[in-house]
Design a protein around this ligand. Structure first.
Ligand SMILES: Cc1ncc(COP(=O)(O)O)c(C=O)c1O
Length: 411
């Protein structure tokens, strides 16, 4: 606490929201995490998404070691970057060209710069409780760590930056229509399966509606698939539901546990990016060899069978948690999709951030503390998702459901 603000290098790692100190980690293996005191946990945060294969997967570690032996970074292009871009283009329907960055934050702010350059418009529409990284214009009502810490909008963001962001409630068609009518909009930016207010899927037809509304008004549609990209299926939400955005943000799984992210999209948009075009964006370590090697090794193991297994692990976890809550008479909603899950302490399904905010966060916090005491590491916030991985087996689900039942009972 003396050296790191709040004891952490990123706010969601702190456990203030559930009334305790963060876990200091010594190592991870598969689905298990070990703290500095030697306590073992079933890890359900998977570093907040990247570790879809679990901790220290041998194929990823070997790929990173091999890459490291050949040089850590060059500041010049490598063949592996082209290979990774080709893999992204093969999987993600909207991706014709790819620009890599080191973080999802950079990918989001850069894609918005492209959208503004392409449309000649300033305003963007984002959804309440959706997180697109911590760049100034995207911090309004940004869910995730801000919601967890009770921060509605960050000090330090100028009025001018805030003015260009129109915030609309998720799943609210009339709200989107009103925003698009209020001024010319460069882009609608959406997590297609929002996971930073907890997991709140779109209502039937909402993503199709966003596509049509963007096209009709000359705005671009930007899907932030930093979380969902290679997690809910091989080509993200867009491949699964058949709604193709103009630009896509990718990260987390893309770097296999090392810093890598990307924005990708239609050729005519991506060719605006320097040096092909004049929209400037750069990065010393963008597409660095270690992250690219980890990403390629990870994506190489994500075939159809892998997603079937991830879906059945998530289904089993969701069913087990819901049954445990029911038996103990604790009203919760377990909302899930392949590789993502949230236990909302709510009597009714959660369809937007206002409803997520109305959950019983004190009960959620007490439940999480009990889980941690029983060797299960859940997201220490009502506004984050659980991240099942391919390393989680039946024993991890069983141990978690047992601990969850005891924790519900203790509430
Ligand atoms: C949907 C989404 N977009 C963007 C980001 C920002 O990514 P990064 O933390 O790599 O900057 C995150 C991070 O959690 C995210 O969940």
């Amino acid at each position: 606490m003396d050296l790191l603000p709040g004891g952490v290098n990123s706010p969601v790692r702190a456990m203030r929201a559930i009334g305790r100190n963060p876990v200091f980690v010594a190592r991870g293996s598969g689905a298990r995490l070990y703290d500095v005191d030697g306590t073992e946990y079933v890890d359900w945060i998977s570093s907040w998404g990247p570790l879809i294969l679990g901790h220290a997967h041998p194929a990823v570690v070997e790929a990173v070691n091999d890459a490291a032996a050949n040089g850590l970074t060059f500041g010049a292009p490598t063949e592996a970057e082209v290979e990774l871009a080709a893999e992204v283009v093969r999987r993600v329907p909207s991706a014709e060209m790819v620009r890599m960055t080191s973080s999802g934050t950079e990918a989001a702010m850069s894609a918005i710069r492209v959208a503004r350059a392409a449309t000649g418009r300033d305003a963007i529409v984002k959804f309440r409780g959706a997180y697109h990284g911590h760049s100034d214009g995207l911090l309004a009502d940004a869910g995730s760590g801000l919601a967890t810490q009770g921060i509605p909008a960050s000090p330090g963001v100028t009025a001018a930056q805030a003015r260009d962001t129109i915030v609309v409630e998720w799943n609210d068609r009339a709200g989107v229509e009103a925003a698009l009518a209020s001024e010319p909009v460069a882009a609608i930016v959406a997590e297609p399966y929002p996971a930073n207010m907890g997991l709140v899927p779109p209502r039937d037809g909402f993503l199709e509606f966003l596509r049509e509304a963007a096209t009709a008004t000359g705005a671009l549609l930007v899907f932030d698939e930093v979380i969902t990209g290679f997690r809910v299926g091989p080509g993200g939400v867009q491949a699964r539901v058949g709604v193709t955005p103009d630009l896509t943000l990718l990260g987390k799984v893309l770097g296999g546990g090392l810093p890598a992210a990307a924005y990708a999209g239609r050729r005519h948009l991506m060719e605006l990016v320097a040096p092909a075009g004049e929209v400037y964006q750069a990065g010393t370590l963008s597409g660095n060899p270690l992250a690219v090697a980890a990403g390629l090794a990870t994506l190489g193991l994500l075939d159809g069978a892998a997603y079937d297994r991830l879906a059945s692990t998530t289904d089993a976890l969701a069913a087990g948690l819901a049954a445990a809550a029911r038996e103990c008479g604790v009203p919760v909603q377990v909302q899930h999709t392949t590789g993502l899950l949230t236990v909302f302490f709510s009597r009714a399904p959660v369809t937007n951030f206002t409803e997520a905010s109305a959950c019983d966060t004190a009960a959620y916090g007490a439940w999480c503390r009990k889980l941690l005491e029983r060797g299960v590491y859940p997201p220490a916030s009502q506004f984050e998702a659980w991240f099942p991985s391919l390393a989680h087996g039946d024993d991890d689900v069983e141990r978690t459901v047992e601990a969850a039942a005891a924790a519900f009972e203790a509430l």
